[in-house]
Ligand binder design. Structure first.
Ligand SMILES: [Zn+2]
Length: 298
């Protein structure tokens, strides 16, 4: 069977929060089987904890933020994506600020850090959420859906009427394995429009955002001197986001995700709908030999 995973040892990093512009120290420690992904605010008395779960997501405007009993942890999406990508089930993440550092705007720095910690198999079966019936959230022409599928597949399509964003492919498919995630998805950075960033910063938001942690485009071109990491970096990043958003289900996915112009909000609604419609999914374990999903990236 495929086993649950945690990390081998404590690792620590730091970086700025993209919205607060403030420095945050973040440390990762191993956690026992069936813990899940637990965030802990070290800067608050009593060190309150929040379990990563779609039901605690209360803000999807600028990032994915969770809140429970008045305690908030924001910008969790790229870190959740890295954890999903490496198949880490159980981990404790301590922060001294309300916001996970943005790092370079991708999940690659988290992947690297977690690989440095070593990934350790644990003495319990990994539990997948197996989609048994189609489920969909649709708003206007946007949709996010899950279909039954005997593996884990993510399809994403973007559509932007912009000369730069139209250039690369607007579709990406990830037939999930850790190796493919690390090679094809993890390095794709978030992106933003210069006018939106200027507007945000004039309203005291996005204070840590800039060319070090996002691909920034104006009306005609990419402003980052080094250009893109992939010709289709934009759609790959949207897929990276979807992988992280879906990991808020609290277990890895056995199913086929399809996103069309979707984002954190639609993805979260999809997770909530699936969790609420208990007859449409079941927990499943997978044999190592015949598994359609591989976590052998490290
Ligand atoms: Zn993102």
């Amino acid at each position: 069977m495929l086993r649950q995973r945690t990390i081998g040892t404590l690792v620590t990093s730091s970086g700025i929060g993209v919205h607060s512009g403030k420095n945050c120290k973040i440390s990762f420690t191993p956690a026992p089987v069936d813990t899940g992904v637990v965030f802990c605010r070290k800067d608050i008395a009593g060190n309150p904890e929040i379990l990563a779960n779609a039901e605690y997501v209360n803000d999807t405007q600028m990032c994915t933020a969770m809140e429970k009993d008045g305690v908030r942890v924001a910008t969790v999406e790229h870190l959740m994506s890295a954890l999903a990508g490496l198949g880490i089930d159980n981990i404790r993440i301590e922060l001294d600020s309300p916001e996970v550092p943005i790092m370079d705007g991708s999940s690659a720095p988290f992947v690297y850090l977690l690989q440095q910690a070593g990934i350790v198999e644990q003495d319990a079966a990994k539990r997948f959420i197996c989609v048994n019936q189609e489920i969909e959230i649709r708003e206007g022409d946007k949709f996010a859906k899950l279909l039954p599928f005997d593996a884990c597949r993510f399809d994403f399509t973007i559509f932007f009427n912009h000369p730069v964003l139209r250039r690369g492919s607007n579709f990406f498919r990830l037939d999930f394995s850790s190796l493919r995630y690390v090679r094809e998805i993890a390095r794709a950075r978030t992106f933003g429009f210069l006018r939106d960033i200027e507007f945000l910063q004039s309203n005291n938001l996005g204070l840590g955002g800039g060319l070090d942690n996002a691909v920034v485009v104006d009306d005609y071109r990419i402003l980052n001197e080094q250009g893109l990491r992939f010709p289709d970096e934009f759609v790959r990043h949207k897929l990276l986001d979807a992988v992280g958003d879906l990991y808020m289900l609290g277990a890895p996915l056995l199913g086929w995700y399809q996103g069309y112009k979707s984002g954190h909000d639609l993805n979260n609604k999809l997770c909530r709908k699936l969790l609420a419609e208990r007859d449409k999914w079941s927990y499943k374990q997978l044999d190592t030999i015949n598994s359609s999903i591989s976590y052998g990236a490290e």
